[in-house]
Design a binder for this molecule. Structure first.
Ligand SMILES: Cc1cc2nc3c(=O)[nH]c(=O)nc-3n(C[C@H](O)[C@H](O)[C@H](O)COP(=O)(O)OP(=O)(O)OC[C@H]3O[C@@H](n4cnc5c(N)ncnc54)[C@H](O)[C@@H]3O)c2cc1C
Length: 416
């Protein structure tokens, strides 16, 4: 007896079509799951070697960011200076609240660093900050292959000696405002120089008999100076300012340790008074010295000695007011074809102000906010296009940092 199927040819065709569609969907799903898992595993396993040039505050923080990214197999950190020279820098830095949060996320324990808090800012010396970061990096050696070469200059000779197959995938150039590592790597040294719409002057007072401990800064606003002896009336002009939160008149900041005192005097270019015009063009350098002298004595802390005619020679200052300018590299991220190396330039090597605000290091730390993602994207890149996209994002962020500072950086650093 022959069994006859009850299904018509149309039903049979529909079932076949349904089965085929189902198996295709299943195959695609399995492929997608396997691919995603393999990509996930590849991304998870991806590790690269990173070279950081310069162990200043920015280079050392960059090293910490690299280790934290979880994508670094080998980290090499260089500085041409030896340890003692690197850590003896007396300048005091003021880490603003945003930098403090950034560093806390990187595992920095401020309770274990010599310094003091004031208005949510942390004040410490550059050398202390660098020593602390170096000690954390030493501890990371158990997890990541970290090599710290102090007293080693990054140069053409250093590059020549590096075996071709052992080039890092990422180089972070943080060699400061005088470094020439970018030219060693063939990166353009073209700078964009833009006005911050403000004028300023700096002074430093070195008093070896005074304490070298971190000290909170002092700020004073809406200052006018009596320049009637030079034929200048003290007219209190109150104009709208292009700098957010900027009050009229001059702004003074006294910062640094009692031994290495620094002063920054600034005003916005909107306060275009006779006084400002006079101080910008005077050939008499003793006027600026006088202003800093009087301002220091008026606003210093009670426990530090006054500056007298006898001790005035301890003070060095700008001869006149100058325009505050921000210079930043046109090319702060680049790709070295052939060697497959992505380079990013950070800190003062990337952007620098011609005016010391006492918190310049924060500008460098802002740039590092995109470094972790950059290292992650470079490490997990499938091809050159992915690396280019990572470089382009880094470049954009670097420009954004400079632009934001130019618009509002002085407000938070000096004018508020
Ligand atoms: C006189 C003065 C006073 C300042 N006062 C203050 C202040 O009060 N508060 C504040 O926040 N900031 C201050 N600053 C600014 C502060 O020093 C910088 O913001 C900060 O140091 C920048 O850090 P960086 O890591 O980018 O560069 P740097 O600190 O300059 O570090 C760069 C490092 O790279 C190394 N290097 C250079 N070339 C090479 C090479 N080819 N190979 C290997 N290593 C190399 C250098 O030895 C150096 O250690 C002051 C700066 C100056 C000059």
């Amino acid at each position: 007896m022959v069994a006859v199927s009850a299904e018509s040819p149309v039903d049979q065709y529909q079932t076949l079509a349904y089965d085929t569609a189902l198996s295709t969907v299943l195959a695609v799903l399995v492929y997608a799951v396997v691919k995603v898992s393999l990509d996930g595993i590849r991304q998870w396993r991806a590790r690269i070697s990173v070279l950081i040039v310069g162990s200043g505050p920015i280079g050392l923080t960059a090293a910490l960011v690299a280790v934290r990214s979880g994508k670094v197999l080998k980290l090499t950190l260089l500085d041409e200076r030896y340890r003692s020279a690197l850590l003896c820098r007396p300048q005091q830095i003021a880490l603003d609240p945003r930098s403090v949060r950034f560093l806390l996320d990187l595992g920095v324990d401020f309770d274990n660093m010599e310094g003091c808090w004031h208005n949510e800012h942390f004040f410490t010396k550059i050398g202390v900050f660098q020593e602390y970061l170096l000690s954390i990096l030493e501890q990371k050696k158990k997890k990541v292959d970290v090599e710290i070469h102090l007293g080693t200059k990054f140069s053409e000779e250093y590059l020549r000696k590096m075996p071709r197959g052992e080039w890092p995938r990422v180089i972070v150039v943080a060699d400061g405002s005088c470094g020439d590592s970018c030219s060693v790597l063939g990166i353009s040294s073209d700078y964009i120089v833009e006005s911050c719409h403000a004028y300023g002057a700096n002074a430093t007072i070195e008093r070896p008999d005074q304490r070298q401990v971190p000290t909170p800064e002092i700020r004073a606003h809406s200052l006018y100076f009596d320049l009637s002896a030079y034929g200048i009336d003290t007219v209190r002009e109150s104009r709208r300012s292009s700098q957010p939160a900027a009050k009229p008149g001059f702004h003074l900041k006294i910062y640094g340790t009692f031994r290495n005192r620094c002063m920054a005097l600034a005003c916005t270019s909107d306060a275009d008074s006779k006084m400002m015009h006079f101080l910008r063009h005077t050939a008499n350098s003793s006027i600026m010295k006088n202003i800093f002298h009087q301002s220091f004595n008026a606003y210093k802390t009670d426990i530090e000695p006054r500056l007298s005619e006898l001790t005035l020679h301890h003070m060095q200052c700008s001869r006149k007011l100058f325009q505050i300018m921000l210079s930043y590299r046109r090319v702060s991220a680049a790709y070295i074809e052939g060697d497959n190396v992505a380079v990013t330039v950070e800190g003062e090597a990337a952007r620098v102000l011609n005016f010391d605000t006492g918190c310049g290091v924060n500008l460098g730390l802002r740039g590092l906010e995109s470094l972790g993602l950059f290292i992650y994207r470079t490490a997990t890149a499938l091809d050159q296009n992915d690396v280019f996209e990572a470089l382009s994002a880094k470049l954009q962020h670097s420009r954004h940092v400079a632009e934001t500072f130019r618009k509002s950086g002085l407000a938070s650093a000096v004018f508020e």
